[in-house]
Design a protein around this ligand. Sequence first.
Ligand code: XMP
Length: 182
Amino acid sequence: MQADIAKILFPREQIAQRVDDLAGEIVRAYDLETNADLVLVSILSGALIFTADLMRRLPQPMRIGLITVSAYRGATTESRGARVLRELDVDVTDRHVLLVDDILDTGGTLRLVRERLLLARPRSLRTCVLLRKPSKAPIDLPVDFVGFDIDNEFVVGYGLDYNDLYRNLPDIGVLKKELYSC
Ligand code: XMP
């Protein structure tokens, strides 16, 4: 797997440090009153590892909700729209929701999940992404917490995949161009 990576963007130590800092920002953003009703909604499968690390750094009581979304990518890196594969498994009505995703690219995935969540009338809705591609992310899609901004390169590792592979790489890296089609 390592041989397929053109360059490491974020080594595991840097990711761990940034997740620590993000957790601090999140703790400060939610006051004690909201804690009891906090639901952390994770978008699978990409946010699996990020969520597992982030939630263990948040001391407040919380429920976890999972929703599985496919970005319709297949064996290409180009998103062709998002679709829900498995619906959210927790009630978010009148609760404070923190939506967690791996990466904000074109925004199709986050937009789809946000719209679904809002239908259930949460008390508040904030969004946290580990990575964001500012050159592609739409300006009308708000994110409250961002780990790192990156260039428009296709990245894998730490939960992010290409064709369902590389999720278990502990670092985040850029995949060699000859290995994928756009
Ligand atoms: P959109 O375009 O909907 O993309 O914002 C979000 C979802 O697509 C996946 N994605 C990526 N996966 N490297 C990946 O491994 C990338 O560079 C990348 N860009 C988008 C990811 O699952 C994300 O939730």
